[in-house]
Ligand binder design. Sequence first.
Ligand SMILES: C[S@@+](CC[C@H](N)C(=O)[O-])C[C@H]1O[C@@H](n2cnc3c(N)ncnc32)[C@H](O)[C@@H]1O
Length: 390
Amino acid sequence: MSVKCAIDLNIPDIIHNYGKPMPLSKLTASLKIHPSKTCFIYRLMRILTHSAFFYEHDVTENELEVRYVLTDASKLLLKDPPFSLKYFPQLVHDPVIVNSWIQLSTWFTNDDPTPFHTANGMGFWDFAAREPKLNHLFNEAMATDSLLVSSMVVEKCKSVFEGLESLVDVGGGTGTMTKVIAESFPQLKCIVFDLPHVVGDLQGTENLKYVGGDMFEAIPPADSIMLKWVLHDWNDEECLKILSNCKEAISSKGKVIIIDMVMGNKKEDRELTETEIFFDMQMMHDVTENELEVRYVLIDASKLLLKDHPFSLKYLPQFALHPGILDFAAREPKFNHLFNDAMATDSLLVSSMVIEKCKRVFEGFELLVDVGGGTGTMVKVISESFPELK
Ligand SMILES: C[S@@+](CC[C@H](N)C(=O)[O-])C[C@H]1O[C@@H](n2cnc3c(N)ncnc32)[C@H](O)[C@@H]1O
């Protein structure tokens, strides 16, 4: 959410255009925000700096304030190509997607194919066909990724395309990837094949055509087929169907080019593995079912989510998903209850430590008021330990 907010406020581009480390006051003054909000920018920047989206330039003796520069991660959030991926954070934080995440646990209790179905009553592709805004955002996000990947593919994997006469980019979106390939290999006749609502009235070029259709029905014939970021959207059975339609479509000496994420590639690389796993969760949520058989054990963090654990914090993750405030809680008993239970679980955890480690803070007192004490969990534990305290 903080990354989306930074993009919405144009922070990466403002720092980039400043051309040198940008002081916080200058950054704040450049933003189109309400004057009452200027004091919060430091907090937004602090979490984004901590998460390596920005870097705090070393403060010298003469400087009184922090200055920011972009990192490799925030360079990907700039408005202009070739490396802009700014639509991705926008897409994954779109209310339609966030609302489906909230249905994750409900999805586990029903037979819907994905949490997206549970939240929206239909699959992602059907929904995109009816909702031009989401369709546009999704296609833009894919296009920016394709622009980034295509430059690498054309540079590093040139030999894959050499000698080919025709190529169909199946599920090729709005054709960004194929456009780069078609420009680099002018003799190659290219087709971008995707659902009709995606390719719609898009205009081709001399060696690039758009064709609308369904890859589960039939794929236009060619001597090579490219599937970029397509197979990860489908389960094994569906992938077999797509691949057998590819086989039908290509000549005997043709080839299928698959560009996709490979899971478990470098297990020792924590960041890479984290990216793969997040991506897999996004796919499970949006579009596919998974079949996995592994065994798990609880670690200290997951023990805190046990229902009957003395230190249960199970209400906190649920509370975190509610866009609520205290006024709202006063009017909404369900949210009020959830909020109070979340606070109470935290108080139970903290009170046991307070009593054990800070006993003498309470010794000798007669009267204690727990201001903003919620439903009193903390004070109950204190009053049991200090029966003389009112
Ligand atoms: C994850 S996107 C990848 C887009 C593009 N290949 C890229 O990497 O930028 C998957 C694409 O598959 C398309 N798609 C989904 N179902 C399809 C179907 N039945 N037939 C053809 N294309 C389909 C979607 O519209 C979408 O453009």
